[in-house]
Design a protein around this ligand. Structure first.
Ligand code: TRP
Ligand code: SF4
Length: 327
């Protein structure tokens, strides 16, 4: 039986961090053997909020691709491509925009949320409101069966399903209705205990040097109740402990737990151990990154190859779409 197709994308708004690694990337990596995977960089989507500051976007596209490759997404198993290189996304977006009722977009929860939160940006644009329509085009263009996304993106996939149904209703059954495949959120938090995010300035990046990792780990907030070295701690609420569970060996984890509860280990020492293990675990990623950084031609060839594969699919879909819409 043919593999089911999944598709997902990331906006190039900065280098990837451990939150991305243990969220989306781990999930994508797990799926790459069992699904026909399409993963792309949504650089047009980055414009919807960053249209005033576009200078950095193309650099981030390259960086993120390097991050993807370095953590083990395989160009042999996945089609990796860049949205703006596939102009058909814009054509399908235009056609879908004709049939998408405005109220569907206006009641989109992420739209309202972002307008309220990102007060320093003027998001009262046509493009920002239409963001989910572009996303719908990205998804149904490839006739994806499933879309692995975090919970924050789930409303967009829901809208995609509605838009696809409406298209099919008007013009005939062209598009399968894609399923949302929810990605588990990573247990680790940013160094300030909020969700790890580039915009919170609390992230540890895949590209951080060992020294940077050490500095960031030293700043991490531990169990907030543990004010003094002599106070017992609670690993259950400590973000450093969550990191231990991911990066330290079983023995260390089992030792830290009781010694922390009995105040026999201090947070400084505990963090040092964790930082060492984290630095070691990211070693192979760092090596791969350095390799691709030194050979941007390899990365460009991988993108070109992915773009070609994506183009084969979209050409066929768009022929069907144009015939169905009769334009
Ligand atoms: N909106 C997604 C995000 O910000 C990125 C994205 C664009 C996407 N098109 C997509 C995700 C299609 C999944 C499928 O993370
Ligand atoms: Fe967290 Fe370790 Fe400190 Fe315990 S000793 S509170 S696990 S950093």
């Amino acid at each position: 039986m043919a593999k089911k197709r999944i598709l997902s994308g990331m906006r190039p708004t900065g280098p990837l961090h451990l939150g991305n690694l243990h969220g989306a990337l781990a999930n994508w990596k797990n799926m790459q053997d069992d699904y026909d995977c399409f993963f792309f960089i949504a650089d047009w989507h980055a414009l919807t909020s960053d249209y005033e500051m576009t200078a950095l976007i193309q650099g981030y596209v390259m960086d993120i691709l390097i991050d993807w490759l370095s953590v083990g997404l395989s160009p042999e198993k996945c089609t990796l491509f860049v949205q703006s290189h596939i102009k058909e996304h814009a054509e399908l977006f235009l056609l879908l925009s004709m049939i998408t009722p405005l109220p569907w977009l206006e009641r989109n929860p992420t739209y309202k949320e972002q307008i309220a939160q990102l007060k320093n940006k003027d998001l009262s644009t046509f493009g920002f409101l239409g963001y989910p329509v572009l996303q719908a085009a990205d998804i149904i263009m490839y006739k994806a069966d499933g879309v692995p996304v975090g919970i924050d993106q789930a409303p967009h996939v829901e809208l995609t399903r509605e838009i696809a149904r409406r298209f099919n209703y008007f013009y005939g059954d062209i598009f399968p209705i894609p399923e949302t495949i929810l990605t588990e959120t990573p247990k680790i938090l940013g160094i300030d205990r909020r969700k790890m995010s580039k915009s919170y300035n609390n992230a540890i990046f895949l590209s951080d040097s060992p020294q940077e990792i050490q500095n960031k780990v030293a700043q991490m907030i531990t169990d907030p109740q543990r004010a003094r070295r002599s106070d017992p701690g609670d690993p259950g609420v400590c973000n450093v402990f969550s990191f231990h569970q991911l990066y330290s060996d079983q023995q260390t984890v089992q030792r830290v737990d009781p010694t922390c509860r009995e105040a026999r280990i201090g947070c400084v020492e505990c963090k040092q151990m964790m930082a060492e293990n984290l630095i070691k675990a990211l070693g192979p990623v760092r090596e791969q990154r350095a390799h691709y950084k030194a050979h941007p031609d390899i990365v460009r060839a991988i993108i070109e190859d992915g773009n070609q594969k994506a183009r084969l699919v979209v050409r066929k879909t768009m022929e069907e779409v144009r015939a169905a819409v009769k334009i």
